[in-house]
Design a protein around this ligand. Sequence first.
Ligand code: NAD
Length: 366
Amino acid sequence: MLRFDHEFLPQRVCLASGQAPLILAREVERLGGTRVMVIASPSELKRADRVTADLPVMYHHRDVVMHVPVELAERARAAATEHRVNLLVSVGGGSATGLAKAVALTSGLPIVAVPTTYAGSEATTMWGLTHGNRKTTGVDARVLPRAVVYDAELTLSLPVALSVASGLNALAHGVDSMWGPRADTLDQMMAQEGIRALTAALPDIVSDPMNLTARERALYGAYVSAAAFCSAGSGLHHKICHVLGGAYNLPHAQTHAIMLPYVLAFNGNAAPEAEARIAAALASTSALEGLQELRSRLGVPCALGDYGFNERDIGDAVDRILPVLPAGNPRPINADDLRRLLTAAWQGADPRTIMDDSTKGTENKS
Ligand code: NAD
């Protein structure tokens, strides 16, 4: 029986390459932005200055750090109050968007996001803040950017390795949407389309980073995957990655890129419909094989151990992840399973080693 109860996001999404300054000015005016705070890290400065040149900017906030340390959020909130800001513009990856969200969370200020990676934070009501080495995440409608301005020209400078890792972070939104706690058929439809678009775009970006069409398709895939993820809620993959990122300061996109095949191997056979949709989107007969083939074409990071995660952290990570495991994961998961998942990801082992033993043989075929 087909049944759903789906809520679409109240957000305007624009994609027009080369048009960001124009469209951003239009959206800021539409939203009544007369005192704007621009959030962009020093490495995004040139891009940010170019797209925000015609805006009524009161303050430029440059202090942007991944996973939004709470002290930094407090400083940005104080700056917004001090400069009597009435709209936030973020230009950059998920870290810049995340800081804007932290300000919006306590102030209710509207955000217009200009994303320059495929992180997809702009399409979600989810926020994250890091206190010491503990990342807290939450959901609040106030943090959803009122408008998103995608301009693929701004992503041409994204290095290939980061494009690939960020693209796989986007793809992970699609995969986790298939079995998130609120996943419905509309989420799965969008997630499948997002995975398909990213699967087509990423190899073209690797072979030609200046391919504007591929960059546009990747932004589109990142958006629909993240919108699906926001509606479906965090599944197993994101719960694991959020803990790892916050507790051990691992790079976000690379952590997702490495963890994804392990979670897919763990869940895939317990969720046959999701597995079939992911496989179809990857143009493969098996989701895991399709993902591994794509990863080998892209040349991706393989082991958490290469990014600062130590074997001795595994027990601590298991303890941190267990209390936040999502309800209704397709396959029950316990501390031993988590330990096997993390150990395999730490060393970059073959993901098939953590598949359900009873189904390992069938997945290996073809
Ligand atoms: P990021 O924003 O830190 O960017 C990574 C690096 O790429 C930075 O050094 C940045 O300066 C550089 N960069 C960005 N755009 C560039 C461009 N066009 N050209 C050249 N360099 C560029 O990393 P990210 O992976 O985009 O985002 C990660 C953060 O976003 C994490 O904190 C994560 O938790 C958060 N996130 C949140 C959500 C959500 O829904 N709340 C979703 C995804 C990610």
